[in-house]
Ligand binder design. Structure first.
Ligand code: ADP
Ligand code: TRP
Length: 361
């Protein structure tokens, strides 16, 4: 029987520092789970990191760290193609070509652009109920003092992400919730290109969630909704046990339930979300029962949580250090990965150039 064509899966993480539990449960763990069944391609988005990174040495180091963390978490270079985005120069050329079909307006309306542009200009986002007009926003950007510019790379971030996906003709893209708008734009750009030139070149990629359930959102330990680098509330996969225990023991809680079956405050619910991700069901039930009958001691819950997180991160941390000390191995992985990724990318770029009329005479 003819083997069904394997689905092409692609995803990347920006090299902006060490990976945290949010990246692990939101992205990395899914990468590992799907690598056996599909044509998987996982890369390190260093060009995307460049839209906000300013220190060249730190950027270069981050690339190595993310690569080591990919491998340590279990992405197997024999099963998946692992590469660095900037090792595929075809991506940069196609980024230029695709930009000719992308509107400035649609880029400016992207939520992540608004967010990052405001950060770059030091402007607060409008609060709930306050007016958030496109006009006022454009005004702020155009009128910005030159020492507070919003770089053009930030604006065209979605074009570059679309190119990462379309150049590999990927059909499934496992990402967290925050990236879904970018994926929607990718589909729009693919449709637009196909219909403008009357071709059927690009498939429209969709989100990919192995569990079929809702996307995971790993909360912060400071009572906030999301663990994230810019939130400064991360538990890193490479955190030393002492540091990690301290972070967990300092997690925000409340005064404890006063009556049986009281509703949970957000910080306490967040602790339970983390416990559900990292502990066994009987441990979760034990603490849920203790909360319900008011016998819970948050100190015990935190101690248990810290040990259960460590059980997940310790093997990864230990492998990271081994891998980082073996540069030859890391180099071999990305060289072979880039070779495979470039083969497909250069085929697609050739087609795109031809379709757009960019041919030598
Ligand atoms: P950060 O928000 O820390 O800068 P990135 O934007 O580089 O992380 O995210 C890389 C991947 O990890 C994305 O697929 C994103 O959806 C996922 N991710 C990041 N933080 C979380 C979180 N707290 N919960 C679930 N997934 C997350
Ligand atoms: N924008 C993604 C993030 O911040 C990273 C990324 C870049 C990506 N190109 C991609 C993810 C292509 C999936 C597919 O997390």
């Amino acid at each position: 029987m003819e083997q069904a064509k394997k689905e092409i899966i692609l995803s990347g993480i920006r090299s902006t520092g060490n990976l945290h539990l949010g990246n692990y449960y939101g992205a990395l763990r899914k990468f590992v789970e799907i690598q056996d069944k599909h044509d998987c391609n996982f890369f390190i988005a260093d060009l995307h990191a460049l839209t906000t990174a300013t220190d060249p040495e730190a950027l270069h180091n981050s690339v190595k760290c993310v690569l080591a963390e990919y491998l340590a978490a279990g992405i197997d270079p024999e099963k998946a193609t692992i590469f660095i985005q900037s090792d595929i120069p075809e991506v940069s050329e196609m980024y230029l070509l695709l930009n000719m079909h992308v509107g400035i307006g649609e880029l400016m309306r992207t939520a992540s652009f608004k967010d990052k542009a405001r950060k770059a200009l030091g402007i607060k986002a409008p609060g709930e109920g306050e007016e958030d007009s496109d006009e006022a926003f454009e005004h702020q950007i155009i009128g910005a003092e030159t020492n507070k510019r919003v770089n053009a790379g930030l604006l065209t971030y979605p074009t570059l992400m679309a190119v990462d996906i379309l150049i590999q003709k990927a059909t499934k893209v496992p990402v967290g919730k925050d990236q879904l708008q970018h994926l929607e734009l990718t589909r729009r750009f693919a449709r637009r290109f196909n219909s403008f030139y009357g071709v059927d070149l690009f498939p429209e990629p969709s989100d990919f969630d192995l569990t079929g359930g809702k996307p995971v959102k790993v909360p912060g330990l400071d009572g906030s909704g999301k663990m994230g680098k810019s939130e400064g509330n991360c538990i890193y996969l490479v955190d030393d046990p002492k540091v990690l225990r301290k972070k967990v023991m300092r997690a925000t809680t409340d005064e404890g339930p006063k009556e049986p079956n009281s509703p949970m405050s957000e910080p306490v619910a967040n602790l339970f979300t983390l416990l559900e991700l990292t502990s066994t069901p009987d441990v979760v039930t034990h603490f849920r029962d203790a909360y319900a009958d008011c016998s819970i001691r948050y100190g015990d819950l935190k101690k248990q949580l810290a040990e259960d997180i460590l059980a997940v991160t310790t093997p990864i941390r230990e492998r990271v250090n081994d891998i980082l000390s073996n540069e030859d191995y890391m180099r071999k992985v990305v060289r072979e990965g880039a070779e495979r990724a470039r083969a497909r990318a250069s085929e697609t770029l050739k087609e795109v150039r031809h379709i757009m009329g960019i041919r030598s005479i």
